[in-house]
Design a protein around this ligand. Structure first.
Ligand SMILES: Cc1ncc(COP(=O)(O)O)c(C=O)c1O
Length: 350
């Protein structure tokens, strides 16, 4: 299965140019413990962690790199907090395209290793991701590189790569199909906001119209606070969250996210990093869902919304679990800090 089953909705690419690694068609599972414990009957998790490189970004990379193949482009220039880079590196490897990626300073080692394993040429940039001015400067430099003949700049945001983001909209088409009953709320983790915007735009092409919510860590409130507070524009911040993937100090798709989410009935939710670690642990221990911290942000937001009575206990809620636990070993070590794995002799087993 691949995103190309939605080819009538995607930018046209000849069959021969379509690169797929089997992305999309990810499971939607009903919460067994966390939902019932909160008296939420219909809490669901969309397991985007099951994509080929471990995050929803494969939907973006499949669309973006296929277009590069169709246009006979040979060099991919990218920026990433880790997951976009891993996805682009994999799809570039499959397509025989050279891939060079500028990465945010704080990206976890596993994401860097994954990109290098696929053969991408990568470099981290000091202050990139956490400082809005440096981030803008880095992106301007990448845009210049991306304009060379045969090159394309790929950043998983509508502002820079709108055609590739069409691939992410397939997430909403799938949810519209998979959810059998009502579909009231979808909670999306947001950094630059491209994912949230893709979900709204995707649903607009279906018969479903859930409230789409934007959830951000308090330490990267570029969109959620403004959306919640009634403002029309997002704002740059000095990023302090430790949640990898959501460290995006500058407004990228933020203004459009606010404009698009509000009419759906969705709002912004801010969560502490501690609430995110707790949600990550609960997903692993109570649901068997192994995700990176960014993948637990939507659940933290949904539980917040429930505590504030902003959702009804009868409503159907979907939380996007956007990335795998294998992406961020440090966060898993933190989760396991009270657990040990002793080395014992065979006699001691009894
Ligand atoms: C796992 C994960 N979830 C969510 C996001 C947020 O996506 P966006 O920056 O489009 O808001 C990212 C972005 O890198 C991510 O890696």
């Amino acid at each position: 299965m691949s995103i190309w089953r939605w080819s009538d909705q995607l930018e046209p690419v000849p069959d021969a140019a379509r690169i797929t690694l089997g992305e999309g068609n990810t499971p939607l599972i009903r919460s067994r413990v966390i939902g019932p414990a909160a008296s939420l009957r219909n809490l669901f998790f969309k397991l985007e962690s099951g994509n080929p490189t471990g995050s929803y970004k494969d939907r973006f990379a499949a669309a973006a790199i296929s277009l590069m193949v169709a246009r006979r482009q040979t060099d991919c220039i990218a920026s990433s907090s880790g997951n976009t880079g891993a996805a682009l590196a994999a799809y570039c490897a499959a397509a025989g395209i050279r891939c060079r990626i500028a990465i945010v300073e704080t990206a976890p080692a596993a994401k860097l290793q994954q990109m290098m394993a696929y053969g991408a040429e990568i470099f981290r940039v000091k202050g990139f991701g956490t400082d809005a001015a440096i981030t803008a400067q880095a992106i301007a430099a990448l845009e210049t590189l991306g304009q060379q003949p045969g090159h394309a700049l790929q950043i998983s945001a509508f502002k820079y790569s709108p055609l590739g983001m069409g691939g992410v909209e397939t997430l909403a088409y799938e949810l519209a199909e998979q959810c059998e009953g009502e579909l009231d709320h979808v909670f999306c983790p947001a950094g630059g906001g491209g994912l949230t915007l893709a979900v709204v735009r995707g649903f607009a092409k279906t018969k479903r119209s859930p409230a789409v919510h934007c959830v951000q860590p308090e330490g990267n409130d570029t969109i959620a606070g403004a959306l919640r507070g009634g403002d029309d524009l997002g704002r740059d911040v000095a990023c302090t969250t430790a949640v990898s993937g959501l460290q995006v100090a500058s407004v990228i798709d933020g203004h459009e996210v606010i404009r698009a989410c509000r009419p759906t009935g969705g709002t912004g939710h801010l969560v502490t990093d501690e609430a995110v670690w707790a949600a990550q642990e609960r997903l692993a221990r109570e649901e068997g869902v192994f995700c990176e911290p960014a993948g637990a942000v939507a659940l933290a937001g949904a539980l917040n919304a429930l505590a504030k009575r902003e959702v009804d206990r009868e409503d159907t809620l979907i939380c996007l679990v956007t990335g795998s636990g294998f992406k961020d070993a440090g966060s898993v070590e933190k989760m396991n800090s009270n657990t040990v794995c002793p080395l014992i002799s065979v006699e001691e087993i009894e």
